[in-house]
Design a protein around this ligand. Structure first.
Ligand code: ADP
Length: 435
């Protein structure tokens, strides 16, 4: 079979057409040439609706019918014809030729022509055109479907990406919440531990206060009972010592020992009675530097005899806390006595210093003595804790009681073999009483 050059051109154009509309307009031109119809109506197959829909319509000038009316009529006739026989091209009435376009027995559209029948001489070219048109529409439909599927896949991909981003954001939020929760529970745990430690410390202090109260009561009643006989012994001893002034040295030595032990008993009673004193104390302005100097003068002779140097490092000016100077003096004396007992060797040395830090006054007492064993440090301020054979273990407990009654704190830092530092902190708050 030879193909007319025009038809060959049309077929090539249809193959290269970029859209269904272009394909149909190329086919239309050839159909008009081949069949000389009154009108041409292309129908396309809608897969979703499972029926024809109108594609392109052409009417010759001689046709009086309106294009819209023709399209409606053709559409109805073609859909009815498809239902009765979807494969055979045939005449529907005297003026309409119906040619279903199928590929692999599946409909892709239909061509309806305003002719009684296809001219015999045009039949081969017409068949070729119809086959090519069917194939091209089929390929176009497949391509469009592939495009649709690709677009759907793309939109699915975008939706998934969005979902993924939302999940990531949520994950980050969850991570942040978890981190915050971890932080919160850690800080809660720390707070619980802090409160437990504070509670334990308060409990310990309560126990110690109770201990002190019992000791105080005991000391008070003992002091009442023993004070008179002790005074009698002391004055009797004085008389005996005067009378035996010229006695043998051994006798005098024994009497001196008795006097010293008697003094020790009185000191112990004095210390024990300190616990039973009422808690109130003076609330007068304290000149801390003057207090330290007073203590130095009091201790000078004793320290000199023991070969211990006491050095003062006083701040140029100090704020004035309120308190009871006698009680603070008692604390300083007790600390110096302990330091003197711990002092060793030729270079034994104690330093008493004052500094001001904001609204607090710091008093530090440092010695280069034996130091304190780490296991003793937590028990140092407990009443009756002592490492000395003749110690009472009340000095530091009394000291802490006094400093805390002043609203202050006393702490210790020590290293075995190097020395010890006690630090007293006194707050400068409120208005002091006046003498
Ligand atoms: P005491 O002096 O009667 O033992 P304290 O309460 O004053 O009672 O002291 C308790 C203990 O603290 C002492 O037995 C001693 O072990 C230790 N201590 C106090 N001060 C010092 C110091 N400066 N150097 C070494 N140890 C000290």
């Amino acid at each position: 079979m030879t193909i007319m050059p025009d038809l060959a051109c049309t077929l090539a154009n249809m193959l290269c057409a970029g859209s269904v509309e272009q394909t149909l307009s190329f086919a239309l031109a050839s159909l008009i040439t081949l069949t000389q119809p009154q009108w041409v109506c292309f129908l396309l197959w809608d897969v979703d609706l499972q029926r024809y829909i109108v594609g392109e319509t052409w009417l010759s000038d001689a046709t009086e019918q309106s294009p819209a009316a023709l399209r409606r009529l053709v559409l109805r006739q073609a859909n009815t014809a498809y239902l009765s026989d979807p494969h055979t091209a045939r005449r529907l009435d005297t003026t309409a030729w119906y040619h279903p376009l199928n590929v692999h027995a599946a409909p892709v559209g239909a061509v309806c022509l305003g002719v009684e029948q296809i001219p015999r001489e045009a039949q081969p070219a017409y068949d070729l055109l119809i086959r090519s048109l069917s194939q091209t529409l089929y390929t176009n439909a497949r391509l469009e479907q592939a495009d649709r599927e690709r677009a759907e896949l793309e939109s699915d991909r975008q939706r998934l990406e969005q979902l993924l981003r939302a999940v990531e954001v949520q994950q980050r939020t969850i991570d942040q919440l978890l981190a915050a929760e971890r932080q919160l529970s850690a800080s809660l745990e720390a707070k619980v531990e802090e409160r437990t430690a504070a509670l334990r410390a308060a409990q310990n202090r309560l126990i110690q206060s109770e201990k002190l109260a019992v000791i105080g009561q005991l000391a008070s009643s003992l002091a009442h009972e023993l004070n008179n006989p002790l005074q009698a012994i002391e004055s009797g001893l004085g008389l005996v010592m005067t009378e035996l002034d010229g006695a043998a040295p051994e006798v005098q030595q024994d009497l001196t020992i008795i006097a010293q032990e008697l003094e020790r008993i009185q000191t112990i009673f004095r210390q024990m009675l300190d616990f039973y004193r009422p808690v109130s104390h003076d609330h007068l302005p304290l000149d801390v530097n003057a207090l330290c100097d007073g203590v130095r003068i009091l201790m000078r002779k004793r320290l000199q005899e023991a070969g211990i140097a006491l050095q003062l490092q006083l701040a140029d000016s100090l704020p004035t806390p309120c308190g009871d100077s006698n009680q603070i003096k008692k604390v300083l004396l007790n600390l110096i006595l302990n330091a003197a007992e711990a002092a060793r060797g030729d270079a034994a040395h104690i330093e008493l210093a004052t500094t001001a830090q904001g609204e607090t006054v710091h008093i530090t007492l440092t010695d280069n003595g034996s130091g304190i064993a780490p296991e003793h440090l937590p028990r140092l301020f407990e009443p009756l804790f002592t490492t000395k054979t003749r110690g009472l273990g009340l000095g530091l407990a009394i000291s802490r009681e006094i400093i805390e009654r002043h609203g202050g704190k006393i702490s210790v830092a020590s290293a075995l073999g190097t020395g010890t530092t006690f630090t007293i902190t006194l707050p400068v708050t409120g208005v002091c009483d006046h003498e």
